[in-house]
Design a protein around this ligand. Structure first.
Ligand code: KIV
Ligand code: ZN
Length: 385
């Protein structure tokens, strides 16, 4: 069984969401919770970006007990010097440095040449290495970078001392088979790759971030960069809870993570609450509807045996139990089940009456709640039967 390292960037890439700024004390609470959840690396911020971010990285370094604490920098000497200074408090510091490698970034953003990019990348890694042992290099827009050139860059930065190689699909462009093939190409063609860890960092512009990250793992990546609830720039990053549960449920014979999965739901709620960013109800694993059943056919199955319509036991991710939601699509089994939950063990005749009245009510209301059920049983069923 191989360990997949979980690198959480909720406090850096996740915090780049417009309108989602966290105060330093909120970041500390989130960082401590991530540490308890069992993430291996916490990307705490981008220290050169503002004095507030610098201070947050310093303080997170003080409070985090187990995880590696990472600070982002561009391949710029001042960024790296400032990141190193901020990380002095951390027990296990990591500097994350890098530069754009796609032709688009090289030509239009950096306005330079491939040779210069390699030179700057190597210089940045060497400088970071003079401060800390653990240096991660990112090849920004690796998703759209030609594989041969990407391999040259990666080989050069490994020689310079990089221990982790981040291959970001910065624009969420890759298809899973392409991203997997990219990781495989690097694993097979870069000299010295066995000395380092390949990492995925996928954005969700086409809704493929999680699929791409998993493809990366299947072809040799041993670190996944992700955020709680998948928050992040534009359409977001890979969602931590999805990756962890995929590894646990579908790839558990090959890999594991150090994540305490019953902590996932409360972690999701904390991040959503502090960032003021609601989780979409149908979000996998942590959405409000992830374990809710509202159609009669599904409800009947789940009541008879939960796994007819659920592949994960809700308790495994910290959700109390599956919920049977009463709507006009619900059947008798669901109504009897919910009535029993609140203390009414209805006979067959009572249930027939209850169901007739229930359908009238359910057609008027989106959802029939316990209060409605109490009145329905007391005022209609017991009065008629
Ligand atoms: O998406 C990206 O390329 C990044 C890098 C800065 C790692 O977030
Ligand atoms: Zn990113």
């Amino acid at each position: 069984m191989e360990r997949i390292h979980i690198f959480d960037t909720t406090l850096r890439d996740g915090e780049q969401v417009p309108g989602c700024k966290l105060r330093t004390n909120e970041k500390l609470v989130v960082a401590e919770a991530l540490d308890q959840l069992g993430v291996d690396i916490i990307e705490a911020g981008f220290p050169v970006s503002s004095p507030g971010d610098f201070r947050s990285v310093q303080l997170i370094g003080e409070v985090v007990k187990n995880a590696t604490v990472c600070g982002l920098s561009r391949a710029v000497a001042n960024d790296i010097n400032v990141a190193a200074e901020a990380l002095k408090t951390a027990r296990r510091p990591r500097i994350h440095t890098g530069i754009g490698t796609s032709d688009s970034h090289i030509q239009y953003k950096l306005r330079t040449t491939r040779e210069d990019v390699i030179e700057r990348a190597v210089g940045a890694v060497k400088l970071a290495k003079s401060y800390v042992e653990d240096v991660e290099f990112y090849a920004e827009d690796a998703g759209r970078t030609d594989n041969e050139f990407l391999a040259q860059v990666i080989e050069a930065v490994i020689k310079a001392g990089a221990t982790v190689l981040n291959i970001p699909d910065t624009t969420g462009y890759c298809m899973p088979h392409e991203y997997g093939a990219k990781i495989k190409y690097l694993a097979e063609n870069v000299k010295g790759i066995h000395k380092a860890t390949l990492s995925t960092h996928c954005h969700n512009d086409l809704g493929m971030a999680t699929a791409n990250s998993i493809a990366g793992v299947e072809y040799g990546a041993r670190q996944v960069e992700c955020t709680i609830n998948g928050i992040g720039e534009r359409a977001g990053n890979t969602s931590l809870e999805e990756v962890v549960m995929i590894i646990k449920h579908r790839l558990g014979h090959l890999y594991n993570t150090g994540i305490y999965t019953p902590g996932l739901k409360s972690m999701s709620e904390m991040v959503s609450d502090k960032m003021g960013m609601p989780v979409q109800p149908n979000k996998a694993i942590v959405g409000a509807n992830a374990f809710a059943h509202s159609s009669g056919i599904h409800q009947d199955g789940v009541i008879k045996k939960r796994d007819t319509y659920e592949i994960i036991d809700p308790a495994e991710v910290g959700v109390d139990k599956s919920s049977i939601v009463l709507t006009a699509r619900s059947g008798r089994a669901a109504l009897a089940y919910r009535a029993k939950e609140i203390g009414y063990d209805l006979t067959k005749d009572e249930l027939d009456v209850a169901y007739r009245h229930f359908l009238v009510l359910a057609d008027m209301k989106k959802e029939v709640v316990n209060e409605d059920l109490h009145s329905l049983v007391k005022e209609k069923v017991y009065a008629e039967v």
